[in-house]
Structures are given as C-alpha cells and as structure tokens.
Design a protein around this ligand. Sequence first.
Ligand SMILES: NC(=O)c1ccc[n+]([C@@H]2O[C@H](COP(=O)([O-])OP(=O)(O)OC[C@H]3O[C@@H](n4cnc5c(N)ncnc54)[C@H](OP(=O)(O)O)[C@@H]3O)[C@@H](O)[C@H]2O)c1
Length: 348
Amino acid sequence: MERRQLGQTDLMVSKLCLGSMTFGEQNTETDAHAQLDYALGRGINFIDTAEMYPVMASRDTQGSTERFIGSWLKKTGRRSEVVLATKIAGPNKMMPWIRGASHNLDATNIRSAVEDSLRRLHTDYIDLYQVHWPSRNLPIFGASSFNPQAERPAVPIEDTLGALGEMVQAGMIRHIGVSNESAWGVCEYIKHAEARGLPRIATVQNLYNLTARAFETSLMDEACFREGVSLLAYSPLAFGQLTAKYLDDPQAVGRLTVFPAGWSPRYVRPAVLAACAEYAALARAHGLLPSQMALAWVYSRWFVGATIIGATSLAQLEENIDAAELVLSAEVRRGIDEIHARYTNVGQ
Ligand SMILES: NC(=O)c1ccc[n+]([C@@H]2O[C@H](COP(=O)([O-])OP(=O)(O)OC[C@H]3O[C@@H](n4cnc5c(N)ncnc54)[C@H](OP(=O)(O)O)[C@@H]3O)[C@@H](O)[C@H]2O)c1
C-alpha cells in the first residue's frame, strides 16, 4: 500500500490508517487483535486510538481500546512495524472520569495522560500524540457555527504546545498533531512553534466524508497546504450511513441502531439520509458498492494524508481496504459534485 509522509516529519504511513474506537465496545479484544493482524497483512502500518476510547464513551470501558492495542503489541512484538497515534481528551463535562474534565490540556494533565497511555499501550514512545479536541470554545461534533457568547476559560494553545514539547524532549512522544481543529487553531500552533522553537504539528485529524466537506471551504485546505500539515480524515463513511445499509434496512445492526437513540443526532438528520440515498443510487448506477465509492473518493482527495477507517468485522475491513484499488471515473466524480451542490455539508 502507498506510503505518505506525515507533515514535515520522517513518519511514513500507509494512506489508510486503522481506526480503533470500536475496540472495547462493539469489538472484543480477540476481534481487535484479528483486525490488527489483518490490517498489517494488507499493508497498513498506521493505527489511530485515543485515551477516551472506546466509543460510546463510559467510565467503565475508558482505556480498553489502548489496552487491547497494547496487549496485541506485547503479544506480537510488532511495535517497530507500526506508526502509533493516540490522543489526549480535551475538557468535556460529559466525561468527568478523565482527569475531572477540566484543564485537560495543561502541563500536569498532559504528562499524566501520556504516562497512562504509554502504560496501557505497552510501549515507551508514541509516534503521533494528538490533542483530541481544543480546550477553547469552538463548534465541534455536529455544531457548525462559531458562537462568541460561548467563550469560556481555556488553557492557551501556547501552554499546551509547551507541555507537548516537554514530552517530545523526554522521548515519550515523537511528533504531535491536533484534531477537531479550525484553520485559526492550526495556524496558532504553527506560530507558537516557530516563535519558541517548539515542535510543529504534523497533522490535523478532522471529520471528512461525502456529507461533510467543510475542510475544503473553511480555509483548512489552504492553511494545511501552506503550513505542511497533513489531514487525517475521520468517519469517512459518516458512521456507516454512506454504506446505505440503514437505507436498505432501517433496523440493520450497527452503531446507529445498537446505541441509544439520539446518541449521535448529526448522522440521522433527514438531509443526511437524503444525501446518502442519492450517493448510494449514484454508486449502484455505476456498478459500485456505496461504501466503496464513498471511501475511494476520500482516499483520492489531494489534501488527505491518510484516511482513518473503522470496521466492526473483518468482512467490512476487507471491503474498505479493497476500495483503495478503486479509481472513480470522471462521470462518478461529476455526479458526486452535483449531489454535494444540493446537499452541502449536511453531515458536518
Ligand atoms: N478525532 C475524532 O474526534 C474522531 C471521531 C471519530 C472517529 N475518529 C477516528 O476515526 C476512526 C474511523 O471513524 P469511524 O469509525 O467513525 O468511521 P466510519 O467509516 O464513518 O464508520 C465506521 C463504521 O461504519 C460501519 N462500517 C464500516 N465499514 C462498513 C462496511 N463496509 N459495510 C457496512 N458497515 C460498515 C461499522 O460500524 P457498524 O458495524 O457498527 O455499522 C464501522 O465501525 C475511528 O476509529 C477513530 O480512530 C476520530
């Protein structure tokens, strides 16, 4: 599988990254190990996880995902073969079990989070350590417009960056990245890195799929291009909606039916369902699986450094990796842009 450079670092990663947020909730430790074995067998060398996983987040399961990856690393001894990315949770009142859900991104909390992740992962270094979401007021996870009235005290980016720099100096993490960030946030990290000789962010892990293309219109593409920051695209199938399985059978077993109703409202909006129905019809009219068209499209975008895929079975994983071979015709691309013009960023 094609390898790409992450940001301006020496990290070379497969263009597909194995996501892991189902490990410990929808997937057992045995399933997780089978997915890791299979992914590496198909040429994937890049694994993404987070201290808060699995999803749906809970006090009882938090950390299981890293633990399952750690037990696989310990069992197989394949640490040097993978580029391992994890994340520190930002503050979130819904997750008080993660360091009290406040000041998560200051020096004390960052050190404690890194030490915990290293212990769970059975490793002594993390290749890419990412800030899962910012400390400051910013619309994320389905909220789309900035609200100045929601301003709140936050750990300044400069302080977070300084603390991450100390972790790099200590050899506990090699490179850094951000997630659920804006163009302003990306540029702010770079500005402080250059001013103070601190590490540059290599990546931004943001939502990107056929129903959520704000990356292209929020100045993110230009900022990342000019600053040498790679996009790690997450949720390329819009939580499974772009496979069309819920359109074919609204009761299909999957993340959007097994978790409590209302858990993830952004992926069940009527406009998302309508857009997914049109994308599925387009794919099928060209003899493609809806999932493979949606994935092949993300895989091929010029600004995507790597696409983080997720699966709850080996069959899904196989289908999603196979899509890396698919080249979409100009006609399909035109059809995608026509649908996008009518359903712009409905899943953002
Ligand atoms: N930074 C962040 O805030 C953030 C947020 C979300 C995700 N992520 C990262 O990105 C990774 C991928 O995100 P995601 O899981 O949301 O990606 P996704 O591609 O949008 O959804 C993946 C889910 O869709 C279903 N699916 C996948 N392939 C399928 C197929 N071929 N046929 C039918 N159903 C299929 C599976 O769930 P079911 O079987 O349950 O339907 C699978 O778990 C995560 O593991 C995580 O590492 C990061």
